[in-house]
Design a binder for this molecule. Structure first.
Ligand SMILES: Cc1cc2nc3c(=O)[nH]c(=O)nc-3n(C[C@H](O)[C@H](O)[C@H](O)COP(=O)(O)OP(=O)(O)OC[C@H]3O[C@@H](n4cnc5c(N)ncnc54)[C@H](O)[C@@H]3O)c2cc1C
Length: 499
């Protein structure tokens, strides 16, 4: 008598995409007529960061603008640690990405039938394409989701948590192991694309949904792929501060466009403190503003974004998403200043990829926020990340439509079992990363973080899926220790940090 297998083998596809955000669905749509299966934690548009994107998508469409000017701004924001070729490819692809989205049914804001272009910090031109004012991500995901559901070559498989990449004896990636809530599944494919988003939700204060917890990048690390730039985490200066100081998790983002529209930052006494911090005051680079706010909050001074004069009664029309979030929190931003905190917002680092989105492991590709493609350098230029996922995702899909990698061998047994980090440990990790590996870092604090993660790992079953997340957090902390001048975070002396 044969014993039943302890896992389900799903049908083989040409391409398996892990993640149904903007990047993953772009790969899937462009890979036609290849068969594509898309695994995700929830329905597309329900979990990843893409749906939350507010400001828009950067594209050099203005009369005075060009991909070269867009590239120059991207390089300057990235502190010239970007890969210039990747940046040139990204900015050159932007116009066709906008056209493509419109052919898929996305509606962007227009006046007299001309696309409206917004301007954001560190952009030399107005080049931000947006939808419904501040709900660009939701509109993009509506269009991509509808197109994917209608596409005959795509099968969406939500409610799957991928816990390991399937590899053959030569470490080639040949599929993924997923937990469907009841059973383990093996999803074999010729090409495996990681489009699982970033890891900003590992931090206590974050603008990201819980799906952005880095578990996808952790899969790649566990399989032996090289990661890059993990130390570069972008903190948004203005998230809606929680009433309850103990609470953590996703906080509503108060878009930069509010400060662009003239909203000011004030302390508890109503004083505009950014005037003394930087010549550009509230429109200084994100990291400068974020640190100025964090320093005041550390000193127990609440900080507010004051849009009463600059936006006032027009708030509901101009910033409907932010308005709704404020009202839900019991704050009427037309007449009240909004309490703010910096929050982890975007991760420049991830799976190291080359110009064809290939990782260092055969068979494995990465796109979107999960990838470190080199476009963002040390600091992402606003509205370049949706663009990256869409442009490079689509490019990879077209490449896979033309050529698939060679067939792999027989899969090795699944190296993990489904056992996520217990909730109290997740909270402790989030608090520790916020305190030691956030906006202010020191060798002392990072060494403490590394030791603590090691201590948590010690008694854990090494084959538990949650252990991968801790090992990934350890890798991020190690990268931060190695690159002391990390931009976006402020390196403090050990004495300062201990104080
Ligand atoms: C509040 C907010 C506002 C933003 N505003 C902008 C903006 O205006 N412009 C801009 O360019 N960028 C913006 N960004 C950043 C941008 O939204 C993201 O960088 C981008 O959408 C990431 O897309 P993605 O497809 O790579 O990942 P995501 O959209 O995060 O999708 C990740 C997918 O991976 C799946 N997944 C994750 N782990 C697993 C697992 N273990 N198993 C199975 N599936 C998994 C998830 O279910 C999800 O489907 C914003 C981000 C936030 C949070």
């Amino acid at each position: 008598m044969r014993t039943p297998p302890d896992f389900i083998v799903c049908p083989r596809s040409d391409v398996l995409v892990i993640g149904a955000g903007a990047a993953g669905l772009s790969v899937a749509l462009a890979a036609a007529p290849r068969t594509v299966r898309v695994l995700s934690l929830a329905e597309p548009a329900r979990d990843g960061a893409s749906t939350w994107a507010q400001g828009g998508i950067a594209a050099a469409l203005g009369k005075q603008d060009s991909p070269a000017l867009h590239a120059a701004d991207t390089l300057a924001a990235g502190q010239y640690l970007n890969q210039p070729e990747a940046v040139a490819r990204l900015t050159a692809a932007a116009a066709s990405v906008i056209d493509w989205l419109q052919t898929l049914g996305a509606h962007f804001d227009r006046r007299d039938d001309v696309l409206l272009l917004g301007r954001e910090a560190a952009h030399g031109q107005a080049r931000i394409v947006h939808a419904h004012g501040d709900a660009t991500g939701a509109e993009v995901m509506r269009a991509l989701g509808a197109a994917s559901r209608a596409a005959a070559h795509i099968e969406l498989a939500p409610a799957r948590c991928v816990i390991a990449l399937a590899q053959d004896a030569l470490a080639r990636v040949i599929g993924a192991w997923a937990w469907n809530g009841q059973a383990l599944e093996l999803w074999p494919a010729r090409a495996i694309v990681l489009a699982s988003g970033g890891y900003a939700a590992l931090y206590r204060y974050t603008t990201n949904p819980t799906a952005s917890d880095g578990s996808g990048v952790a899969l790649a690390l566990a399989a032996g792929a090289q990661l890059a730039d993990l130390e570069f985490v972008q903190f948004h200066p203005t998230a809606l501060a929680p009433r309850d100081a103990v609470r953590s998790g996703q906080l509503p983002l108060l878009t930069e466009a509010l400060r662009g529209a003239g909203a000011t930052l004030i302390d508890a006494h109503g004083a505009r403190f950014m005037l003394a911090e930087h010549a550009l005051a509230e429109l200084a680079p994100r990291d400068v503003v974020a640190r100025a706010i964090a320093a005041r909050r550390l000193a127990d001074t609440q900080v507010y974004l004051d849009a009463r004069v600059a936006v006032g009664a027009e708030f509901p029309q101009r910033f409907p998403t932010v308005f709704a979030a404020c009202m839900q929190a019991g704050i009427d931003p037309r007449v009240q200043p909004i309490p703010v905190t910096p929050a982890a917002h975007y991760c420049m680092g991830g799976v190291r990829t080359d110009a064809q989105a290939r990782s260092t492991l055969d068979g494995l590709y990465a796109v979107g926020e999960a990838a470190a493609s080199g476009v963002h350098g040390a600091n992402r230029l606003a509205s370049n990340s949706l663009l990256e996922g869409l442009a490079f995702g689509r490019e990879l899909g077209l490449t896979l439509a033309a050529t698939l990698p060679q067939e792999g061998g027989v899969t090795q047994p699944c190296p993990r079992h489904f056992a996520p980090l217990p909730a109290p440990l997740r909270v402790a990790l989030a608090d520790m990363l916020w305190a030691q590996a956030g906006l202010a870092r020191s060798e002392y604090g990072l060494a403490l973080a590394a030791a603590q993660i090691g201590h948590w790992l010690e008694p854990m079953d090494a084959t538990a899926s949650g252990a991968d997340l801790l090992r990934f957090a350890a890798a991020a902390v190690a990268a931060m220790r190695a690159r002391r001048h990390s931009i976006g975070a402020h390196w403090r002396s050990d004495a300062q940090q201990a104080a």
